[in-house]
Design a protein around this ligand. Sequence first.
Ligand SMILES: Cc1ncc(C[n+]2csc(CCOP(=O)(O)OP(=O)(O)O)c2C)c(N)n1
Ligand SMILES: [Mg+2]
Length: 417
Amino acid sequence: MFATKAASLLLRRSAISGGSSSSSIAAIASLRTGFANGDVRSMSSTVGTFDLTGSFETYNLDTAPNNSVEMTKEELLKHFELMYTMRRMEITCDNEYKARAIRGFCHLYDGQEAVATGINAAFEPEDSWITSYRCHCVALARGGSVSSILAELFGNIGGATEGKGGSMHFYNKAANFYGGQGIVGAQVPVGLGLAFANYYNATPGKPMQVAIACYGDGAANQGQIWESANMASLWNLPMIFCIENNHYGMGTSQDRHSSHSDYYKMGNHIPGVRIDGMNVLAVKEGMRFVKEWVGAGNGPMYVEMMTYRYHGHSMSDPGTTYRNREEIALTRSTRDPIELVKRTLIDAGFADAEQIKDIEKVIRKNVASECKLAKASPKTSVEPHLYDYVYSSDGGKKMNEFPPHIRMPDFAKSKWY
Ligand SMILES: Cc1ncc(C[n+]2csc(CCOP(=O)(O)OP(=O)(O)O)c2C)c(N)n1
Ligand SMILES: [Mg+2]
């Protein structure tokens, strides 16, 4: 387990030339939340070098991620803002689920925010990303809006997949996000296909775009993952096998479901990196290293993100019967990924506590209004929406075509209302 320390400011802090701080802060604010934050105008643009010693372990590699990372104030604030938006969005989902506005499956990501944020920071938009059912925050990182995510959960037409997919099935082809998957591990062979496509379409002599498949510690021993790893290694594909180790598969702890606890070593001869998944700076630097190595044609890599989920597995799981409340409270008080960014911002002199509170206030307000917007979107109806894009042979023009050998349900007989 990683030492629980704030990312500490190393070496230097210096002014970046050009660009006023107020405009960059406003740009960060408006990027995701659509507002200009005038209260933080007095901050000056700076860059810091942050110590990452102890954040990585490597396997079968003679190189490693750097033990420090340089980051500007603007970038760190942007990460803070995204992570805090994720946290508020997941808390909103929890409340809306309890109010019965969201039904069905719902798996929350709070606690794991640094993983999606750091991967996104290291990736280019052209890299491919596929993940499990715990996908709301990846959808947000990959360019989704809070309102489109919440509308999807409400089953409304304004949702990311027009309210037809729900919690586990976000998808954004334009952003190379190939979705959440309800079947444990299913994203890994599909991710391998994405890696193959990137390999196939690569420009000779240039780095390849990579593909990442994120899955859990509970999925990591599945047979289809070994098969994918074999193929990825055999063909030197730019594939990242990323295990988000939150230490539980539903209600079963890692010690009870896996004979092997070093997930980053699970690829046998395939190299691996273990990363402190509660530190967004470490995730970004670790993934920069992984993307560069994999994209250079060295073959696949295993990555293990050491992280934690605060909520139970899904909404029906209180999350306290197979682990004790002290463990959750201790993680919150010593390893929380958002608190770490806040402390880092303050220690670096990038922001003070008041400025951070102001940003949080605006984000909370903004998530609440995005939720209202999502609720105002009309319900997706069975007819005509449900069958759009199913077995369409007309390039997705919604003609509702499907081959005659597919037996579709009888609308009239299957109505329950
Ligand atoms: C093939 C398959 N088996 C079982 C399930 C039921 N199931 C859903 S999530 C889950 C646990 C997965 O845990 P992990 O991979 O650690 O991911 P986490 O939920 O912790 O993110 C199980 C067994 C499923 N959806 N698909
Ligand atoms: Mg797990």
